[in-house]
Design a protein around this ligand. Sequence first.
Ligand SMILES: Nc1ncnc2c1ncn2[C@@H]1O[C@H](COP(=O)(O)OP(=O)(O)OP(=O)(O)O)[C@@H](O)[C@H]1O
Ligand SMILES: [Mg+2]
Length: 224
Amino acid sequence: MFESLKRSDLPLIHKAVLRRATSTRPTIWIVEEKGVRAVVKDFSGNRALFRHTAGRFLVWREKRAYRKLQGLAGVPRLYRVLDGLALVLEEIPARSVEKLEREMVLPESFFEALEDLVRRIHERGLAHCDLKRAPNVLLGRDGLPYIVDWGASISKGECRLPPFNLIYRRFLRDDEDAVTKLKLRHLPHRVSSERLRRYRHRGLGERIVRGIRDRLRDWLQKVA
Ligand SMILES: Nc1ncnc2c1ncn2[C@@H]1O[C@H](COP(=O)(O)OP(=O)(O)OP(=O)(O)O)[C@@H](O)[C@H]1O
Ligand SMILES: [Mg+2]
């Protein structure tokens, strides 16, 4: 799919722009070929220094994550990468769950499916790490959850050695806590007391690991 698509064509042939580029964020285009639509996350419009450092790095990380997640229901398919600067992704007919609680209450079944999806992602050896950002979780037109935006994800293999293995465990927990955070907005009375305690509890050990993790993430973002 989209084999003949070129980066330079995007400003001419796109169907829509979901978001214009900002200093640190890519342009999100919608394109269409033979009736199939795709989302293109494209760093071409960012300034040269950012484009060739963080842009390339994030596209490379996200591509790796999509390869690991290939075939998993709830994760869009990666069609192609254009010149290391843009990802061409299956468009999920969906809306993000950001501020959705103002319009509707997501049902219990959505949260069960989301928990299951997070479990299957973790089984593939990957933590998303940015799931608390509501725009990264989509409610499909089919009522099912989808997860996008894998640039910040971390793989288990990268975190084999201590203390990174502990930090990785914290990343997994953070993904799970993101589901709790969303459920608290929709079905607070259906969040189990165990989940709530875990969500709220920050032991000393955890705070230290969290501190290291946050510094590591800041550092990764800087070198990126
Ligand atoms: N495959 C997809 N199908 C449908 N919509 C998508 C898809 N990928 C991204 N989007 C939409 O585009 C938005 C931005 O995508 P994404 O989160 O990957 O970009 P980002 O630059 O990392 O954004 P941010 O910094 O805001 O998190 C998503 O919140 C979602 O609404
Ligand atoms: Mg995002």
